[in-house]
Design a protein around this ligand. Structure first.
Ligand code: ADP
Ligand code: MG
Length: 252
């Protein structure tokens, strides 16, 4: 099914997305016909037990794995036929991804880790430096620019990973258990930053097995056995808009 006039607010859409992992052992039907629509600016959490297929779903959405079937759109543009090279460009430009284990380049400084995606898109080193400085400040990492990743705490490393994911101002941020290897303090910091970026309009899809963390989002999708089993809007209900004048008009 494909519509020609896409709603302006569409960030991400999946229809009938399926993925079976086939290895040595029995096939794992990780994602089974998922339909998903995420509006721009939404903060969506996908939660469910280990093995539910959450990471596979995130990998499909970010083009890190290919679906067996189904369709995918980013900002209204069909992406499921993208080549590997085209996906790489898309991830550099419009999708930021953070993982549980940070995946920083261990022999590059914090500054170089953050600037790398910007330099790869061809922006000048001056602009990359400016953007990096801004993010370092925002993420509470001023003074860490010259450190190596291994010298930082887990929470700090994940903040560097966030800076790296956000430096090209991606339209979509995908986060797979970003607090999964952090202590409670690191977890709080990272969740606070996600909320702050969301408040500024960043579209976020957070995968977490922790229902408590999921409730930070304004929409929580429950995932079980490769399928969406619940989709709950937690954002505040619209403010009470009935005014006395409206009531009086009705009475006239
Ligand atoms: P979650 O992130 O919710 O824990 P995953 O997407 O990692 O779930 O895994 C879903 C199912 O797919 C599990 O049964 C897992 O063992 C299987 N799986 C995930 N990745 C692979 C892979 N690369 N090869 C084979 N099986 C996989
Ligand atoms: Mg996972």
């Amino acid at each position: 099914m494909s519509r020609s006039a896409e709603p302006a607010s569409e960030a991400l859409r999946a229809e009938g997305l399926s993925k079976t992992h086939r290895g040595e052992s029995a096939p794992a039907h990780a994602v089974r016909g998922v339909d998903l629509f995420v509006r721009r600016g939404e903060f969506v959490a996908v939660t469910g037990p280990s093995g539910a297929g959450k990471s596979t779903l995130l990998h499909l959405l970010g083009g890190l794995q290919r679906p067996d079937s189904g369709s995918l759109w980013l900002d209204g543009e069909r992406t499921d036929a993208y080549s590997e090279a085209r996906w790489a460009v898309e991830r550099r430009r419009s999708i930021g991804i953070v993982f549980q284990f940070f995946n920083l380049v261990s022999n590059l400084t914090v500054a170089d880790n953050i600037e790398l995606p910007a330099l790869l898109t061809g922006v000048s080193s001056k602009r990359a430096r400016t953007a990096r400085e801004e993010l370092l400040g925002e993420l509470g990492l001023k003074g860490k620019a010259r450190s190596m990743p291994g010298e930082l705490s887990g929470g700090e490393q994940q903040r560097v990973a966030l800076a790296r994911a956000l430096i090209n101002q991606p339209r979509l941020l995908l986060a797979d258990e970003p607090t999964g290897s952090l202590d409670s303090r690191g977890t709080r910091e990272v969740m606070r930053l996600l909320s702050r970026f969301h408040a500024r309009g960043q579209t976020i899809l957070l995968v977490t097995h922790d229902a408590r963390l999921a409730s930070t989002a304004d929409r929580v999708i429950s995932f079980f056995d490769g399928r969406i089993t619940d989709d709950a809007d937690l954002s505040a209900p619209p403010a009470q808009t009935t005014r006395l004048s409206d009531v009086l008009e009705l009475r006239d």
